[in-house]
Design a protein around this ligand. Structure first.
Ligand SMILES: C[S@@+](CC[C@H](N)C(=O)[O-])C[C@H]1O[C@@H](n2cnc3c(N)ncnc32)[C@H](O)[C@@H]1O
Length: 273
């Protein structure tokens, strides 16, 4: 049991560190939420209050502990076929158009969380490949969270998470677990072979994803950044697009006025000029 709550001073110091390392901006009204998210971890480390834990994280600069702090505070919510209109656009508009590009079509999910977005892209690409001869795509998923990337890499999900996938694609692209894996599904080897995962922090100055991309999904993460970090991230992502390439952001994440080098294409989708 921790004595006392998370003091405003410790909250401010921790949130400044989280913003500096991940871009996530935690407003003052998030103090209780942060305390709740950290409570179990702080107790498990043997601290009796938040303040000495904050002192430890801030003064030791221990990279692994800072990563854990960020992992505990970021929102990882995701699902297969989330914001499904984007996958319809990918399938019916974007891939048929890009199929004639020279060389492989490169797609990147830049805040992939536990991988559902990336495997959804891979299913859409696999389906398109049945129609478009010779379609060659490279799909990369990345995230700041090692814990989420480990889940993504395994490609194992509870059966209930497969609801939006529907019975036909579930049968085609997933394998039901048996005995100890009962109630879970794993992305089939062919689907897994279409994707690769990397740890990339969107705040980094360069993104090692194998060159400029034709399609970048960066959905439902910049909503947690403040305007300055969001603008810098959009600039770096725009630089990572080939001319004519597409940037997909979340349905509720209009880029507002800050879209140099981009033009709106569809709802939540921008195109590099
Ligand atoms: C809410 S999830 C969105 C997942 C998916 N794109 C979707 O729309 O369903 C946000 C993800 O962004 C990741 N994230 C937060 N800050 C990040 C950063 N600076 N660099 C890379 N990923 C980050 C989190 O770890 C989390 O997995």
């Amino acid at each position: 049991m921790l004595s006392g709550g998370l003091s405003p001073q410790s909250f401010r110091r921790l949130s400044a560190l989280v913003r500096e390392r991940s871009g996530i901006a935690l407003s003052d009204d998030k103090r209780m939420l942060v305390a709740n998210r950290l409570r179990k971890h702080v107790t498990e480390l043997g601290y009796e209050a938040y303040d000495p834990y904050s002192d430890y994280v801030l003064t030791s600069g221990a990279a692994a502990e800072i990563d854990t702090l960020i992992e505990l505070l970021v929102t990882n919510h995701t699902s297969f076929f989330r914001e499904p209109e984007h996958f319809r656009l990918l399938s019916e508009e974007v891939l048929p158009e890009l199929a004639s590009s020279s060389g492989p079509v490169r797609l990147w999910s830049a805040a992939a969380s536990s991988g559902e977005e990336v495997y959804t892209m891979a299913m859409v690409v696999a389906e398109a490949s049945r129609q478009i001869r010779g379609l060659d795509c490279r799909i990369t998923g990345s995230d700041i969270s090692r814990r989420m990337l480990a889940i993504a890499d395994k490609g194992v999900y509870p059966l209930a998470a497969l609801d939006p996938v529907g019975p036909v694609f579930t049968k085609r692209y997933f394998q039901r677990g048996i005995s100890s894996q009962n109630g879970r599904c794993r992305a089939q080897a062919d689907l897994r072979s279409r994707v690769r995962f990397r740890r990339i922090n969107l705040l980094d100055s360069s993104y090692p994803v194998g060159g400029r991309q034709h399609v970048i999904f960066c959905r439902n993460v910049m909503i947690y950044f403040d305007a300055e970090v969001r603008a810098q991230t959009i600039d770096r992502l725009t630089d990572m697009l080939v001319p004519g390439g597409y940037l997909f952001v979340g349905y509720s994440e209009s880029l507002g006025a800050h879209t140099p080098g981009l033009e709106p294409a569809w709802h939540g989708v921008y195109r590099r000029i």
